[in-house]
Design a protein around this ligand. Sequence first.
Ligand SMILES: [Zn+2]
Ligand SMILES: [Zn+2]
Length: 642
Amino acid sequence: MSQITVVLPDGSELELEEGATVEDAAFEIGPGLGRDTVAGVVDGDLVDKASELHDGAKLEIVTPSSDEYLDVLRHSAAHVFAQALQRLYPEARLTIGPWTDDGFYYDIYGVELDEEDLAAIEDEAYDIIDEDLAIERFERDREEAFEVYEDNRFKREILDDEAADEESISFYEQGEFEDLCRGPHVESTGEIGGFALLSISGAYWRGDEDNEMLTRVYGTAFESEEELEEFLERREEAEERDHRKIGQEMDLFSIPDHSPGCAHYHPNGMTIRRELEDYIRSKNDELGYDEVWTPELNKAELWKPTGHYDTFKEAGEMFAWEQDDTEYGLKPMNCANHAHVYDVHQYSYRDLPVRFSEFGTCYRNEQSGELSGLLRVRGFTQDDGHAFIRKDQIRGEILSVLDVIDDIYGHFDLDVQYKLETKGDDAVGSDEIWEQATGALKDALSSEGLDYDVEEGEAAFYGPKIGINAVDAIGREWTIGTVQLDFNIPERLDLTYTGEDNEPHRPVMVHRALLGTFERFMGIIIEHFKGNFPTWLAPEQVRILPVSDDNIGYAKQLQNRYLGDFRVEIEDRSWTVGKKIQQAHDDNVPYMLVVGDNEEEAGTISVRDREERERDDVNVETFRDHLDAEIEAKAIEPTFLE
Ligand SMILES: [Zn+2]
Ligand SMILES: [Zn+2]
């Protein structure tokens, strides 16, 4: 019998007989590992332990302590859901039920379900878990498989499409239930510790809107009940922070049906955006960027030399159309336009770095199913910037950008993580320049004292990159800014500067965004602050609460005489002070000034902040200076008025 060789994660090789399975390989390594084996990862794909290995396969054994175990457990939970569903709704037709990042879903046909139904299915699922049914793989021949699914054309279609060449079809059974499936699965339903059904939505069969609408049930599963509880708590917390919900409550923005994926900023939201723009503009000034403006509408040929046309157009991500025999498009990025601005000038080595910044509005045709509030949009404005520099300026340029980024994120109370992406197989540019540039990026990161992860071989083909991730108040990680070196565009567009030797030289292009896009960044900070914006960003910074209607005149006087530089509203509805205070809290206003007859007589105010700290008999000018200083410092929380 001939032998095959598989490669283990530590790089060592294992000789096996031809036809050996993942489980055989595990037993070959050791009987303990063999017994613990749940599944395998072969060439990056999670597969059943009964899968046959091929010569040269890269193999990882999955045991209950592997990260992949949770995926296997969750897919098994999808089967438990399906079994419970069939017990209660024998007429339901099953289609597919994969695991996802935080659970699983199952698409079903022929039943309408509501929240109450989910609760009943969940109870049934817990019965199945308690029954601790063994989950066993078996095979059927092709014809028999079709017979089983005589009245389920979805499964027959899967057999036709995905198992077209297979004579023997893999099934899994647990108790009375069976499902067409490649696996992998855990050993028994009892391994599931926590199980929950989360929501219902609709999905087209095969994601095609010409097909039937199916019911998609989302659920999740964990090894223990405690882990499930923690997950549900985190989920609830995330729902409370949902930027779409807070955005509506605080009247910040809307994304109406007539503009899918394109946000409309309402006055309150635009106030926040303007503060962000002003702040970033001041940072761009500090960094020596000259602001430009470039058009959204361009001929498609603009993006051909840079390679962006191929990338975006072919992925269907570009809005482009023919008009008067010419192809036009909306810009998917600003790089090509900025390169143009560079190119129409003649620069010498002494002029570099040349830096252009733009709040550039771009459009990308994200699929409608992928759109999500401000976080995944079709129209967005980047706080973009491109610097054209000499090779010897890389370190200094990156250093100053990193410095500013560190400063900026501190003002949002976001923890930042840096990722250095290095040269991959498809890189353009010489080894020498990659080494020099990667070295300069590392150097800049370490001299800023920043920790970073290296992602070997992950860089885009055109240059190494520092990716910037922010970690929010509930531990979620968001990709935001980037600092990216580019050797490709200058080469492709033949950008040059005149060197000391009077010869043309090639600049390096740096792409950088400090916040990323205003849309995404707004979405992130709405959730991060849960609507409690720092005073400098708050759409309404101060609300004056007259104790009675008689004090409205005094309130107006305060607003006009002392607080004209701030965003101040007067609560003039005839409510009790208690109700006015409550409303101001609900509206996340940082400061409330309560003014009654006593205050009016003494010419003072009573100050409350949203942390519920109070101080009476405050001089208005003292408060004004306090507010000024807090806004100037961009403090995260209202600072206590001493
Ligand atoms: Zn399955
Ligand atoms: Zn760019």
